[in-house]
Ligand binder design. Structure first.
Ligand code: GLN
Length: 237
């Protein structure tokens, strides 16, 4: 790790439809408030994907945009190399599908994915839109996770993929098993927009602690009443 933590915002030009770039802002802000230097580096379709960054985030997208992203990540496998070295990666919504084994678009086209998640995604009868609340099952998370979902794809987890959480309200992965999100190695996926890390600071700190190579309990607590208020509102909504 260099002195400045580098947060790679992966393909915001095509995977930036739902404001998930805010996750990179949250990571940078929570690092800076604790005295760490941190910067966000956009990795666009014009760039190869570096494998040396400290954290990576990918956002959601429409079907056509996610197809462009899939091709780019297959051509430049820096993200796969970084994940193999244990770099934390956060993948939102369409990014779960892109990082999976394959996904089928709403028009019925089957697209090979990047293979970082042992999951497959197929369109469901109805689009899932609305608030989601979940109870985490991943080690290191205790607080309910909240977010907003908007997807037609339903994601089935294979043997190598574990769920991030169990749905208590909303749809989540959407194939009837009550799960939400995916965890495989250092890569975490969720259908939660919001952006997810603004609404779920515990998840933000889990990624930060992993990037720093320290236990999350060693991170200085941050007193941010606005974040607590947002969480209370969303849990009530
Ligand atoms: N296009 C995908 C779907 O509808 C993902 C949408 C999203 O990223 N919000 O399933």
């Amino acid at each position: 790790m260099s002195d400045t933590l580098r947060i790679g915002l992966v393909l915001p030009d095509v995977m930036g439809t739902y404001g998930d770039g805010g996750n990179a802002l949250v990571l940078r802000q929570r690092l800076r408030m604790r005295g760490y230097d941190a910067e966000i580096i956009d990795i666009t379709l014009a760039d190869p994907v570096p494998d040396s960054f400290d954290i990576y985030t990918l956002g959601g997208a429409e079907d056509s945009a996610q197809r462009l992203a899939t091709r780019h990540l297959q051509k430049y496998p820096g993200l796969q190399q970084a994940a193999a070295k244990g770099a934390p990666v956060l993948a939102i919504c369409a990014a779960i599908q892109v990082l999976g084994n394959w996904y089928e678009t709403s028009s019925g086209e089957k697209v090979d994915g990047v293979g970082l998640f042992d999951v497959t995604t197929s369109p469901q009868a109805t689009r899932a839109i609305g608030e989601v609340t979940t109870s985490p099952v991943m080690d290191g998370l205790k607080a309910p996770l909240t977010g907003f979902e908007n997807h037609r794809g339903g994601t089935l987890l294979g043997a190598d993929a574990a769920p991030l959480a169990k749905v208590t309200r909303g749809v989540g992965n959407g194939v009837g098993d009550g799960t939400e999100g995916v965890v495989q190695g250092s890569v975490i996926g969720t259908y939660l927009h919001g952006p997810a890390l603004a609404r779920n600071p515990e998840l933000a700190d889990l990624l930060i602690a992993r990037a720093l190579g320290i236990p999350a309990t060693d991170l200085a607590p941050l007193d941010l009443p606005v974040v607590d208020r947002l969480r209370r509102e969303r849990l009530r909504a």
